[in-house]
Design a protein around this ligand. Structure first.
Ligand code: ZN
Length: 386
């Protein structure tokens, strides 16, 4: 199979050969095309989409498979299903469903390079705790983590925690030793505690600027500390609601494009029509026409309902990021964090790399991004109808 379009990375129009699951020859050709070719997009934080909820008590392998297929329609070739703070039993139930989905469907296994566990070792305080249930917040426990990995068949590759627990250093070191990425998030940590966590091996700041107190000492504080720490990459929810445009622009400049990753952090009602929804974890929520999700009857955010195309379009609107820089933040950088670049040659479009590709158009008039075609392992898994 041959694919035609313009490479995001260098603006070159090409014909690109797909050989099985790998990219073959790439030939420069003269083309009049508005289709961009990018490495497959990787979303390291997805709680749900299109009504499918990773954290619902009724989650099944079938719903994880359906969720994966819906995300392909949004140009997402790989994602980390994100299991949040809950009882150990509930966490393990979600992990088992994801692991079973991967065992049943090889392409889904490829699309789920690892599972993200966000919590339950997060701050108990209102603000940093976000929408996670306080009753299930608890200290990091290596023995519990090992039981999660048994339920997940070893598929957990990313864990977000608040490092202010006394057990955090040992926990971070233990996870690091197993090649699991540790992220800081939902935290009220002091600067010293953040430094200690980074020294112990924490590598990412999860949705920096969110999961934070509504009122915060202006400086120093945990946001500045993580922003300034060059050993920490940062993920950002650029849905237009979680971070105001000026905040997104300033944070991206401070952290640097090369250390930044865009995530959707989407919840189950993402992709559904505006209206009222009853969610198993978040209670009653209202999805507004402008893409904001509120706890019903309040102005409080109840999660993100964007997916990566909207986040990428927003970052281009709010900042001076170029298209190729923006695409790197949804493909190359998350691929590097999860070591998919070296192991599986994902996150780049060169001869010999994985044929996981996201083809899209950029509408200059509206600033929107329209997904045209998604390829996973060389197979067309989504094609927009003309
Ligand atoms: Zn979160």
């Amino acid at each position: 199979m041959w694919i035609e379009g313009r490479l995001v990375e260098n603006n070159q129009t090409v014909r690109l050969q797909v050989n099985g699951a790998t990219i073959g020859n790439i030939e420069a050709v003269n083309l009049d095309t508005s289709v961009w070719i990018a490495p497959g997009w990787i979303d390291i934080q997805v709680n749900g989409y299109g009504g499918y909820d990773v954290n619902a008590p009724g989650v099944t392998p079938e719903s994880i498979i359906a969720l994966t297929r819906l995300l392909w329609q949004r140009g997402v070739t790989a994602f980390c299903p994100t299991v949040i703070t809950a009882s150990e039993e509930a966490i393990c139930h979600s992990l088992e469903a994801i692991a079973l989905a991967c065992e049943r469907d090889q392409r889904v296994a490829h699309a789920i390079p690892c599972i993200h566990v966000e919590g339950p070792a997060i701050s108990r305080e209102d603000g940093p705790r976000g929408a996670h249930p306080r009753s299930h917040v608890r200290a990091p426990d290596i023995a519990e983590y090992r039981r999660w990995q048994v339920a997940a068949k070893g598929r957990i590759g990313l864990v977000t925690l608040a490092p202010e627990y006394p057990q955090a250093r040992e926990y971070i070191q233990a996870l690091n030793a197993e090649n699991v990425v540790v992220a800081i998030g939902h935290t009220a940590a002091s600067s010293e505690q953040i430094q200690e966590a980074v020294n112990a091996g924490a590598r990412l700041a999860t949705h920096l600027g969110n999961g934070a107190h509504a009122q915060l000492k202006r400086h120093p504080n945990y946001i500045w500390e993580q922003l300034a720490e060059d050993r920490l990459l940062a993920s950002f929810i650029c849905d237009g609601h979680h971070l105001a445009p000026a905040v997104m622009k300033a944070m991206l400049r401070a952290k640097g494009i090369g250390s930044s990753i865009l995530i959707s952090d989407a919840v189950a009602v993402a992709g559904l029509a505006p209206g009222l929804y009853e969610t198993p974890v978040g209670g009653k929520v209202e999805l507004l026409a402008n893409g904001r999700l509120n706890l019903y009857g309040t102005p409080l955010l109840a999660g993100s309902v964007s997916s990566l195309p909207e986040c990428l379009a927003n970052v281009l609107r709010y900042t001076d990021t170029t298209l190729s820089e923006g695409v790197r933040m949804v493909s190359t950088h998350p691929g590097q964090l999860l070591q998919l670049d070296a192991r599986e040659k994902r996150g780049s479009v060169v001869s010999g790399s994985a044929a996981d590709l996201t083809l899209f158009r950029f509408d200059a008039a509206t600033g929107d991004i329209i997904i045209e075609t998604t390829l996973v392992q060389g197979e067309v898994v989504y094609q927009r109808l003309a």
